[in-house]
Design a protein. Structure first.
Length: 427
């Protein structure tokens, strides 16, 4: 067999967690498909060999330009895929956090004109260039935590011009930063103040003007998402928006049953959504429908943690009922300032009752399925992007045990080292 010349070779792993074999449900969620002492080789950003060290070393040749990483007996895993963030925003909500510590609820703050609308004011006032600068810094922090692919939603503009500004900033982030950034249009995140007394007219605007404007510009959004919630978008309004989005060629997502059981999970299944997110209050019936529709159930335990008075999603029940369960951060300035996936994995083990290997599958290959990228990222298999994390511990099962802290030593994105010894490698 001809030796393949490679530009990246990772050797010396205690275990190479491949997550091979596609998204996982049921009992398979527990299987990380780990190769003890495995190795991995890549060329031009894609994996060309993965397996036991002797087999990989026999199949590839290295040269002076090959980056050789010795994992020195630590675990190697796929880069984290974060399938749900709102990371493109200006301003902060630290004062609302203080109010919540004093007992105010997220909904009370929102009803007083704070909450999402607080961030809408700051984001409308920011230029696209300012949003990009803030976004680049946040993507650096995600990279330091081992995230290599991230979905980012708009939804702090809430006017055609401001949503387009946000989506253009998100598109620029994908071009300017090594991480893969997947854009979602979420003009249906909240009803803006100028439509408060006629929310139906805002739904008309979404359907007649905003969605078509986003669809007309290439690369602005892959998905459309709706906050289906009491006092935000009803099931009927959400259905109308999501159906229009589908007609225009978007795959759809739903913020479902986050603060109450409105039937968002059932709606997500009905419209064939790729994923339903949050699901803190979703009923068994809703979860059964998600499982039957193949809609990925995205759990965001950082939000329950940060909201303090919210329940955690019933992830064990989801697994029992046959859902594909994924994990995301929900990073946003209000309900969840958490972006570190290792900490999300910790919360998932402690509060969603996932086993450490299950939680890692949910944060990699299943998260990739939640954004339609399971053929590209989320596992270490030949042909996929060489997005790899070298941990500072000897087993992937130590990620939650260390409470997610200090577990990421090195990060490789598309074959290039972007984090070394826990620090950014400057571009
Ligand atoms: O996922 N639910 C709606 N959106 C976010 C909160 C956004 C914000 O508070 O700024 C969420 O929790
Ligand atoms: Fe969210």
């Amino acid at each position: 067999m001809a030796m393949e010349s490679v530009d990246l070779l990772i050797v010396g792993a205690s275990e190479l967690v491949t997550m091979a074999g596609g998204p996982r449900r049921g009992d398979r969620l527990k299987d990380p498909a780990a190769i003890p002492g495995g190795a991995l080789a890549a060329r031009q950003g894609r994996i060309v060999a993965v397996g036991p060290s002797d087999e990989v070393l026999a199949a590839v040749s290295t040269g002076p330009d090959t980056l050789v990483i010795d994992a020195r007996g630590r675990a190697v895993i796929p880069g984290f895929v974060d399938p749900h963030t709102h990371l493109c925003f200006a301003g902060d909500r630290a004062e609302e956090f203080a109010l919540r510590l004093g007992g105010a609820t997220y909904q009370e703050i929102a009803a007083r004109g704070g909450g999402i609308l607080n961030t809408v004011r700051a984001t409308r006032a920011a230029s696209q260039a300012e949003l990009e600068a803030l976004g680049l810094e946040r993507l650096d922090r995600l990279a330091l935590s081992g995230t290599t692919t991230v979905e980012v939603k708009s939804g702090y503009g809430l006017s055609t011009a401001d949503e387009l500004k946000q989506l253009r900033a998100i598109r620029a982030l994908d071009r300017r930063h090594p991480l893969t950034v997947v854009p979602t249009f979420m003009g249906a995140h909240e009803v803006p103040p100028e439509y408060r007394d006629r929310p139906g007219a805002y739904v008309d605007l979404l359907v007649e003007e905003m969605l078509p404007a986003v669809a007309a510009e290439p690369g602005l959004a892959r998905f459309a998402d709706v906050f289906c919630e009491q006092g935000v978008f009803s099931v009927a309004d959400s259905r109308r928006i999501l159906q229009r989005a589908r007609e225009l060629g978007f795959a759809v997502k739903v913020h479902a049953d986050e603060l109450s059981d409105l039937g968002g999970a059932s709606l997500a299944a009905e419209v064939g959504a790729i994923s339903a997110e949050h699901l803190l209050h979703a009923s068994d019936e809703g979860l059964r429908r998600l499982a039957a529709a193949g809609t990925v159930a995205v759990c965001l335990p950082g939000t329950s943690f940060s909201l303090m008075n919210a329940p955690y999603a019933r992830a064990r029940r989801m697994v029992e009922l046959g859902c594909t369960v994924a994990l995301g951060s929900d990073f946003n300035p209000g309900s969840c300032p958490v972006y570190a996936m290792p900490f999300i994995i910790t919360l998932a083990c402690m509060h969603l009752k996932l086993d450490p290997s299950e939680a890692l599958a949910a944060a990699t290959i299943n998260a990739a399925a939640a954004i339609g990228l399971e053929a590209e990222v989320g596992s270490l298999e030949v042909g996929k992007l060489a997005d790899v994390v070298i941990l500072s511990c000897t087993s992937h099962r130590h990620i939650p045990y260390h409470m997610g802290m200090g577990v990421v030593a090195q990060v490789v994105k598309q074959g290039r080292l972007i984090v070394d010894d826990g620090r950014l490698v400057r571009r």
